[in-house]
Design a protein around this ligand. Structure first.
Ligand code: FES
Ligand SMILES: [Fe+2]
Length: 421
């Protein structure tokens, strides 16, 4: 259990809060590049701040205050120009860095006053990488957007998946260092959801957690597994500060505010050897539902939907004063302790964990990957079809989240060479 004041400290993300200050030191994925093929403006809420994300006519992305500094109109109803975003109320135009470069009436009526030079809109840096749009709300100097190793991989079909999860980010991230839930929430519960009483999945016998430069690794031994299994020798990654990394996909838990989280998945599927060389022209993005619109119940059919059931079930902000942690929760404790230490580091003016500033390092940031060979070298189509996890995607659809649009499914199958586009 955690005392109430620490629970509050770790879960509040707004501007001016300690945890909000820590999380602002990291780039956060907020949208997908392909979302801007048919629109130029998207309102976003991030770390308790209402913002407007846009792509101007020159193709530059910007992220500014949702409210215009003139008389507070909603900038997400504005329109983009060659350079920047124009407020639709009186036409003030703002550049990516927040400078006001036009005030149509003032510029004509009192040009010498140069009122525009005295006005700025709050603006944050935005970058694109791996089909995602990343935002940085922290202080300068701005660190680099991590170039995680899978972002450099070739011959893969990537898709980006979002979900709006109505609870605090931290309970979502604690799931990233909770290997035991896999057995119960995903395996055994799925058996029961299928109206079967068994057989249940092999039990976890041993868990280990270790810190490394970019997060924590968790390792597991389940019944029937040897200590040479990659789940024990390599393990999985709780990526700092707000993601899970399993080798073939990342799941970020992006804090929208204290009570909401944007789940962002970046999933890589290696095409079979026969489909090489494969170059993906466009990384599709889609938004999956969390609740069943018919029944109003939480969806439980897919892996991450099951996770959402756990996170939302813990309460909007989990009351950690009421917990009873066991030995399986050692990783959760390590994560909380590291966050508290990071808060201290930031308080002393130091960088917290896993900030990347060296361009050399950022050429390609390697991570522990249990199935590295499979993901980088690929399988033949026949081997892939027989693979217990990756093969199922060929016949059963996207297993992680409900709601994959048919056109994304088609594009995936075409990439896999299973069906022609
Ligand atoms: S409120 Fe935006 S230009 Fe007037
Ligand atoms: Fe899970």
């Amino acid at each position: 259990m955690l005392e109430s004041s620490k629970n509050q400290l770790l879960t509040e993300v707004g501007l001016g809060t300690p945890m909000g200050g820590l999380l602002r030191r990291y780039w956060m994925p907020v949208a997908a590049v392909s979302e801007f093929e048919d629109k130029s403006i998207k309102p976003v809420r991030l770390l308790g701040e209402d913002l407007t994300l846009y792509k101007d006519l020159s193709g530059t992305f910007g992220l500014v205050d949702r409210h215009c500094p003139h008389r507070r109109a909603d900038t997400s109803y504005g329109f983009v120009e060659q350079c920047g975003l124009r407020c639709n109320y009186h036409g003030w135009l703002f550049e990516q860095d927040g400078r006001c470069i036009e005030q149509p009436y003032e510029d004509v009526a009192v040009p010498d006053a140069r009122f525009k030079d005295k006005v700025r809109i709050k603006a944050y840096p935005v970058e694109t990488r791996a089909g995602l749009i990343w935002a940085y709300l922290g202080p300068e100097p701005t660190p680099l957007v991590p170039n995680w190793e899978p972002f450099t991989w070739k011959n893969g079909f990537v898709q980006i998946v979002f979900a709006d999860v109505p609870c605090n980010w931290l309970q979502c991230q604690e799931n990233s260092i909770d290997p035991l839930h896999f057995e119960w929430m995903h395996m055994n519960w799925s058996v029961r959801l299928d109206d079967k009483m068994g057989p249940y999945s092999p039990r976890h016998l041993k868990l280990e957690f270790e810190e490394f430069d970019y997060g924590f690794v968790y390792r597991r031994i389940r019944e029937g597994m040897s200590e040479s299994d990659p789940m024990w020798t390599v393990g999985r990654v709780c990526l700092w500060p707000n993601a899970l990394f399993t080798g073939d996909h990342f799941e970020w838990r992006v804090p929208v505010d204290d009570e909401r989280t944007l789940s962002v998945t970046w999933a890589f599927s290696r095409v079979p050897k026969e489909s090489e060389v494969y170059l993906q022209e466009r990384i599709p993005a889609w938004h999956g539902p969390v609740y069943d619109p018919q029944t109003g119940d939480l969806i439980s059919s897919h892996v991450m939907n099951q996770d959402f059931v756990a996170w939302i079930g813990q309460g909007t902000i989990s009351d950690r004063t009421q917990e009873h942690l066991g030995t399986s929760d050692r990783g959760v404790l390590m994560l909380r302790k590291r966050l508290l230490n990071d808060l201290e580091a930031v308080g002393k003016g130091e960088d917290p964990k896993a900030i990347i500033r060296d361009p050399e390092v950022n050429q390609c940031v390697a991570l522990p990957i249990a199935e590295r060979k499979l993901l980088t070298e690929g399988l033949t189509r026949e081997e892939l079809a027989k693979h217990p996890i990756h093969g199922r995607q060929l016949t059963e659809g996207y297993p992680f989240q409900q709601g994959q649009p048919p056109e994304v499914r088609e594009a995936f199958l075409a990439a896999m060479g299973v069906r022609c586009p």
